[in-house]
Design a binder for this molecule. Structure first.
Ligand code: AMP
Ligand code: MG
Length: 328
């Protein structure tokens, strides 16, 4: 694409209407959700969906999440063939919100959207900009994170432009995303509900509604087989994740990012030290994580060392992102 990317302001009704119009024409619009910025294209327009893969350089085997106003819209649009037991219970409690459900796909779901898989991933976003579009008559859209594939997810409009300017039609600027990490993904395709990706809604919160929920194989294997991890959420600067200060190798050419605690003594020898969140406030660390990684990545350090040893579901979700950012 040679057209410049339009920068729209989500607080202006005329810009929201413009975004809605662009989507209806099959254009690509990056927009804020409560998790990260998504690159939206209407789900029922396969040419637009194909352009999402192109703009991101995302491989076609990686399926997209479809954003809907609510469960009724998902049914009405033919996106789901039947709600598995338990899915409706989670929807009743956590939609709209940062929870994606993989359910048997309906007849209207194009193969491109779900990479030919038997399930489709659905989520109802809660961000006021996304809600205004969906409740203002927008049809469901696919929306992977609005970044180049494998790079750090965008939590501000500037991050979107840094990765995709000139490759997408518009970005609808709604300020920083409040949660800062991607949605929790739960699949209902194997009979027993399985968590495929950790996220803002943790295991205890899911288990309260769905006592049988368990971790999927990919989530369980991740810490055991780091060599097999897809590199994802990754800065260009090599990143090392530490779960104890003992493994830190201080170096004046490296930057140290400390999550959820005070700086360890070794911090004095690093060229740059950033502290994020506190032990009791993983939410603050999550909200700033990707923006901080982008800033540090732009500063020319030889290496980024990240110390993260918080205990709790949101800390686990943060460590999941860091583990993949550190993978070779
Ligand atoms: P994102 O890259 O943030 O858009 O998230 C997409 C992720 O959701 C994928 O990498 C999968 O883990 C999961 N997902 C999306 N669609 C499906 C699907 N049809 N079947 C299984 N998992 C899916
Ligand atoms: Mg992504």
């Amino acid at each position: 694409m040679t057209q410049p990317t339009l920068h729209l302001d989500a607080s202006r009704p005329a810009d929201l209407a413009r975004a809605r119009g662009l989507l209806a024409e099959g254009k690509l619009v990056a927009l804020p959700t409560e998790t990260v910025y998504g690159l939206a294209a209407l789900c029922h327009l396969p040419v637009a969906v194909a352009r999402v893969f192109e703009a991101k350089e995302r491989p076609h085997f990686d399926p997209l999440i479809v954003h809907v106003a609510d469960a009724a819209q998902a049914e009405g649009e033919g996106l789901v063939s039947a709600w598995p037991a338990g899915a409706r219970a989670l929807i009743d409690v956590y939609w709209p919100g940062p929870l994606t459900l993989v359910v048997p796909r309906g007849e209207a779901v194009h193969d491109l959207v779900c990479a030919g898989l038997p399930g489709v991933a659905l989520r109802s976003p809660q961000h006021p900009t996304a809600r205004a579009l969906l409740e203002g008559g927008c049809r469901p859209w696919v929306a992977p994170s609005a970044n180049r594939f494998g790079h750090i997810s965008p939590t501000q409009a500037e991050h979107v432009l840094a990765d995709l300017s000139g490759r997408i039609d518009a970005v609808l600027d709604g300020g920083p995303c409040p949660l800062g990490i991607e949605s929790t993904v739960v699949s209902f395709l194997s009979g027993i509900p399985e968590v495929l990706r950790l996220g803002p809604i943790g295991m205890p919160a899911l288990a309260r509604v769905l006592p049988g929920v368990r971790f999927g194989q990919r989530v369980l294997e991740r810490p055991l087989a780091p060599g097999q991890l897809a590199r994802h959420y990754a800065p260009r600067t090599p990143l090392r994740l530490h779960t104890s200060p003992e493994t830190l190798a201080p170096d004046a050419r490296s930057a140290l990012l400390v999550l959820g605690e005070d700086a360890p003594p070794a911090a004095a020898i690093f060229g740059c030290v950033v502290l994020l969140g506190s032990e009791g406030d993983a939410a603050a660390a999550a909200a700033q994580l990707f923006a901080t990684l982008r800033t540090l990545d732009g500063e020319g350090h030889d290496r980024l060392d990240v110390l993260c040893r918080g205990v709790g579901p949101l800390w686990d979700a943060i460590r999941d992102r860091l583990t993949r950012a550190a993978a070779d």
